[in-house]
Structures are given as C-alpha cells and as structure tokens.
Design a binder for this molecule. Structure first.
Ligand code: GZL
Length: 349
C-alpha cells in the first residue's frame, strides 16, 4: 500500500471520526489496497502515441525505469494520438485502483472531468512532457517537461546571431514553420518562440503549417510549400522527424538543404536531437541547428513519486535543462532573457 494513499485514507477516516464512534482498524484503512498488488507501486501510464523518435525514447525511459526490480508495476496504454483513448485509459487505471497515474497529454485542453475522477478516487496524477490546461491545478500533483517557448527563443536567437556573423540581413529571411500537433504544448511554445522572434528581428514568416511531428507529413507539407513559394530560405521544423521529411522534399525538388542561404540553399532548423539521422545531418551540415528536447523523464518521474511516497511535496512545475547543437562554430553561445547558453558544435571528428 502506498504511503500517499494511506495518508489520504487516514485523513478521510479521521475527518469522518467526528460523526461515528466506529474505530477504524489498520486493516480497514488499507482495504482499498488489493492484495494482488503486493509490495509493488502500480503506475498507470497513458502515453499519447508513437509519432516520433522523441516519443519512443520517452516511452522507453518510462518502461526501463518502472520495472518490478525497481519495485514498480507499469500498466502502459498507448493513446495513438487520440485524447479519447487517453481518457479511457485513465478511467481504466481508476478501476484498477493504481497507485499513481502518469499522463503524457496529446493536447492541453479537455482533461478537467477525467482528472477530477482520478482526484475523487484519491489517485495522484503526474503530468509529463506537454501540459494540461485545467481550471483547478490541484487536479494534478506536478508536471515535468521542457520549456518549449524557451527552446524556440534559443533557436531563433541562434539564427539571428548566425545571420549577423555571416552578413545575412534578417529582412532577407523567408521562413516557413512546420508546426507540431496543433494544441500540443511543444507546438504552442515553439511556434510562439518563432512568431515573437520574427517580430523582434524583422523576419518574414511566409506560412505556419501543421506537420504533426511526423516525417511523412513533414515531407508532404514541405513539397506543397516549395510549389507555392520560390523564395523559401529557412524551414523551422518543430521536431526532427519533420526535418527529415522536409529535407527529402527539398532534395526531391532539386534544391539543397544547407546553411548557405546566399547561394540559394534552404537552412533547416529542428527540435529534439534524439534521432540519429538528424544529429548526423548536423554533422553533415544539412541541418544547421537543433534545439534539444530531452525525453528521458522516467527517472525524473520516479524521483517525484519517491518524494510523494515520503509525504514530501515536489515542485509543481519542473523544467529540464537542454542543449543546442549546431554545425558551424561561428556562434559559440547565445543569450536569451539575459541567460547565456553555450552551443555544442557537432562536426566530423
Ligand atoms: C516535446 C514533445 C514533442 C517532441 C516531438 O516534448 O511533446 O512531441 O518534440 C514529439 O518529437 O512528437
């Protein structure tokens, strides 16, 4: 039985004691703890899908962390990009009386009702990666993930500083944004990072187009954009899988993915840094810059659960630190909101 649930049950029992003389045995307080669970802490994990390398790494991190050897039983449900599936999974976890629910939400809105059901069942909920937009933030214990807008601001600061070093005028940039799933926190933040930077640096963004964080959609969207515009010189891909697709489309159109905008190349920018091909493309200078988005949340979630088990209060929001990878040494570091971020240069050894 988990300390957290025992603690809550004790509070509930004590609050009832005022109206009944019935004494509550320890056995009754732990009645909700089904014997078959044994000593394992049971985690119900609702993952949003398997759309990208980032997502696969995130899933793997959770599965290799929450093992029986580590004292956990993980019940994994893949939402296949549908919020309805994730809501169903959470309701299943409630029926199964899991000890904790971990949710990687496909989109920010639409969670209030089901998270209220989890709270009413005294099952603590931890949100990972993307955020939920709920009226009452007591519906989840805490969230851990990335600062997606900062990722976008860092990427755009790098682009601004790179152009300055190379004598490229910001007003000459013609940018297209291959967005992630619309409504996902990662998409909202990265798109906002670009739109605010474009205003600040005087860039022209030709179009913002959803590309679903997938390689197939990235290629399809980039093909359409290349037919529509003949002056694209920067493509801002909101994850690596889209960047791989965009590069396929660029090369199929007989153009070159590279940093030399003045020579007619199309500069490719990306996020995540998990996909091996994407990192190799930085080394090969096909992708000019990747803003890291770290997927390894398993150990971080375990740390949160260990705190909750001890009756401690982890921070409500925890942001993970992330790197920036670039091919060119021209920009050694960038400053965003007066904080300095070093650039990690990826080149052939
Ligand atoms: C970011 C995550 C995004 C990744 C994509 O934390 O939500 O979703 O950047 C993934 O690769 O599909």
């Amino acid at each position: 039985m988990k300390i957290y649930k025992l603690f809550i049950s004790l509070i509930m029992v004590l609050s009832l004691c005022g109206c009944t003389s019935k004494s509550v045995t320890t056995q009754e307080m732990t009645q909700s703890d089904s014997p078959e669970k044994g000593d394992l802490t049971v985690i119900g994990f609702s993952q949003l899908g398997a759309e990208s390398d980032w997502r696969s790494s995130n899933t793997q991190s959770m599965k290799t962390t929450f093992t029986e050897e580590n004292g956990y039983r993980l019940i994994f449900e893949d939402g296949q990009q549908k919020q309805a599936n994730q809501i169903m999974a959470i309701r299943k976890f409630i029926q199964q009386e899991v000890d904790y629910i971990v949710l990687a939400p496909v989109t920010e809105t639409g969670w209030d009702t089901v998270l209220r059901e989890a709270k009413d069942a005294n099952i603590p909920v931890i949100i990972v990666d993307r955020m939920v937009d709920v009226k009452d933030d007591s519906l989840y214990e805490c969230w851990i993930g990335s600062d997606f807008k900062l990722e976008g601001m860092k990427m755009c600061q790098w682009l601004n500083d790179y152009c300055k070093k190379k004598g490229i005028r910001g007003s000459d940039l013609r940018i297209v944004d291959l967005q992630g799933n619309i409504g996902a926190t990662a998409q909202i933040g990265r798109t906002r990072g670009l739109s605010e930077s474009a205003r600040k640096f005087g860039w022209k963004v030709l179009e913002y187009v959803p590309a679903d964080f997938t390689q197939t959609k990235g290629r399809e969207v980039m093909k359409t954009l290349l037919r529509k515009y003949d002056d694209i010189n920067v493509v801002y891909c909101e994850n690596d899988n889209e960047a791989l697709g965009a590069i396929e489309a660029i090369e199929e159109a007989g153009k070159v993915a590279g940093p030399n905008i003045r020579a007619g190349e199309i500069m490719v920018l990306s996020f995540d840094g998990i996909n091996e091909d994407a990192r190799q493309y930085v080394i090969d200078n096909k992708i000019s810059c990747i803003a890291e988005c770290n997927p390894l949340h398993g150990p971080r979630v375990k740390g949160i659960i260990e705190k909750l088990e001890k009756g401690q209060e982890p921070p409500k929001l925890s942001y993970v630190g992330e790197d920036i990878y670039a091919h060119d040494k021209a920009v050694e570091s960038i400053r965003v909101d007066s904080i300095e971020y070093p650039i990690t240069v990826l080149q052939t050894k």
